[in-house]
Design a protein around this ligand. Sequence first.
Ligand code: NDP
Length: 285
Amino acid sequence: MKTVRLNNGVTMPIIGFGVFQIPLEETQAAVEAALEAGYRHLDTAASYGNEEAVGAAIAASGLPRDDLFVTTKLWIQHAPTGSVEDDTKRAFDTSLRRLGLDHLDLYLIHQPLGDYYSEWRAMQQLHTEGRIRAIGVSNFHSDRLVDLIDHNEIPPAVNQIETHPFHQRVADHELMRERGVQIESWGPFAEGRNDLFTDPVLSAIAEAHATSVAQVVLRWLIQRDVVVIPKSVRPDRMAQNLDIFDFALTDDQMKQIASLDTGASLFFDHRDPAMVSRLGGRRTD
Ligand code: NDP
């Protein structure tokens, strides 16, 4: 498996398996099938409510811990104990217990909302104590990312953001390169929105390589050094989504895909006040 090297030297498989929106009762079987298909990088979150099922699949696989790269995410902490830093450490312990692990490979702040500076300070400590190999963020626009970097000791290793052919994040990606932050795509297929799987440009490129549109999209992302975590509940698609290393897109095909960028989210805007309040008000504890 191709890997990327994070800013602290940790290596991360460029393809992982995402588990958002898999029905809870199907999650363990899906993760077991993904591990069977060859995935060694898993992406979950406290807010997905399925860390225990992911942990059960890891245990059932019998794979050595060091062969796996496991990411989970911290939901917005509301300081019931009066200290967001203490709550962050508690939330981390809870996630680790649910996953049945003694350390995490990557822990992300899920949303750029609430007192994430306190959350980051707690995560820096957990990292320094050796309990998390790399710490990062998700859904951070470039201005928030730079502010976090400039006012803390440890820069995020990763920023996981919506990235797909219709929202390509070119300027954000460039800024992340300059600042040494690895870009990771969520929603690589835009969850099929905008008719991605039948898009004429992507379909023509897929036909030229005798691949699927899904494979073209993932290939396009990894050729741009973007880490991907596609989700599927179907073993045939899990295998297909890993099978993207025996063809390459030409410069012209990369340019054709570049032309699909709309520069806007297909999901929601983290700068929309109504969305900020909606997400910020959500409790997971
Ligand atoms: P994706 O863009 O990965 O799309 C998933 C959809 O694509 C499913 O409907 C799946 O259907 C379908 N699909 C998968 N593979 C294929 C294929 N080869 N051919 C045709 N259809 C296919 O959406 P996600 O939102 O799940 O994003 C991926 C991961 O990113 C998440 O699981 C999660 O881990 C992470 N994420 C993080 C967020 C954040 O805020 N940090 C937000 C959203 C996601 P089926 O399952 O039936 O195969």
